[in-house]
Design a protein around this ligand. Structure first.
Ligand code: HEC
Ligand code: HEC
Length: 143
C-alpha cells in the first residue's frame, strides 16, 4: 500500500515538472503548423541582357545549364513562338553570338530541334541570389 502511494506521488510530481518545462515546438517555417503559408518574398532574377555575362559553371554532368541572363522581357514559349530558339536555334546562334542548343536537342535523322525540347524553361531556369534555406554540403562532380 505504502509503495503504491509513493509511486503515485512520484508520477504526479514528474507530470507537474514535465508540464512546467514544456516549450512549444518552433517549426522551421516560423509559423504554426495550422497557419496558412505566407507568400514568399518575390526576388528579382540576377541576370542582365543576354550577351553581357559569362555562363554559370555547371555542378554535375547531364545538368541542364542554368540561364545566366534575364528572361523577363521574353514572351512565354508557346506552340508557335519560341524566342529562345531565335537566339539559340541552329539558324541564328552564330549571328546572335549565343551558345548553340545542346546536341541532344536535335533529332539525329532530320537535324530538326526535337519537339520534346521545345519548352526550354521546363529544364533551364534563370537564377535569383537567395541564401540556402538549410545548410547544404552538396559537392558537384565537375572539377
Ligand atoms: C537575344 C538572344 C537570346 C535570347 C532571346 C535567349 N538567350 Fe540564352 N543566351 C544568350 C547569350 C548571348 C548567352 C551567353 C551568356 C550571356 O551573355 O548571357 C546565353 C546563355 C544561355 C544559357 C547558358 C548556356 C550554358 O552553356 O551555360 C542557357 C541555358 C540559355 N541561354 C537559355 C535560354 C532560354 C531558355 C531562353 C528563352 C527563355 C533564352 N536563353 C533566350 C542569348 C539569348
Ligand atoms: C528535357 C530538358 C531540356 C529541355 C526541354 C531543353 N534543354 Fe537545353 N539542355 C538540357 C541538358 C540536360 C543540357 C546539357 C547536356 C546537353 O547538352 O544535352 C542542355 C544544354 C543546353 C545548352 C548548352 C549546350 C552546350 O553545348 O553546352 C543550351 C544553349 C540549351 N540547352 C538551350 C536550350 C533551349 C534554348 C531550349 C528550348 C528550345 C532547351 N535547351 C530545351 C536539357 C534541356
Amino acid at each position: 500500500m505504502k509503495k503504491t502511494v509513493t509511486i503515485l506521488l512520484a508520477s504526479l510530481l514528474a507530470a507537474i515538472v514535465g508540464c512546467a518545462s514544456y516549450e512549444p515546438l518552433a517549426s522551421m517555417r516560423g509559423a504554426d503548423v495550422t497557419a496558412a503559408d505566407p507568400a514568399p518574398e518575390a526576388k528579382a532574377y540576377v541576370g542582365k541582357r543576354p550577351g553581357t555575362q559569362p555562363v554559370v559553371a555547371r555542378t554535375f554532368s547531364t545538368q541542364p545549364p542554368v540561364i545566366p541572363h534575364a528572361v523577363d522581357n521574353f514572351d512565354e514559349v508557346t506552340l508557335t513562338e519560341n524566342q529562345c530558339l531565335d537566339c539559340h536555334g541552329p539558324a541564328n546562334y552564330e549571328k546572335k553570338n549565343a551558345p548553340k542548343l545542346g546536341d541532344s536537342h536535335f533529332v539525329v535523322a532530320t537535324k530538326a530541334v526535337d519537339a520534346s525540347r521545345h519548352n526550354c524553361t521546363q529544364c533551364h531556369v534563370p537564377q535569383v541570389d537567395a541564401p540556402a534555406l538549410v545548410e547544404n554540403k552538396f559537392v558537384g562532380n565537375i572539377k
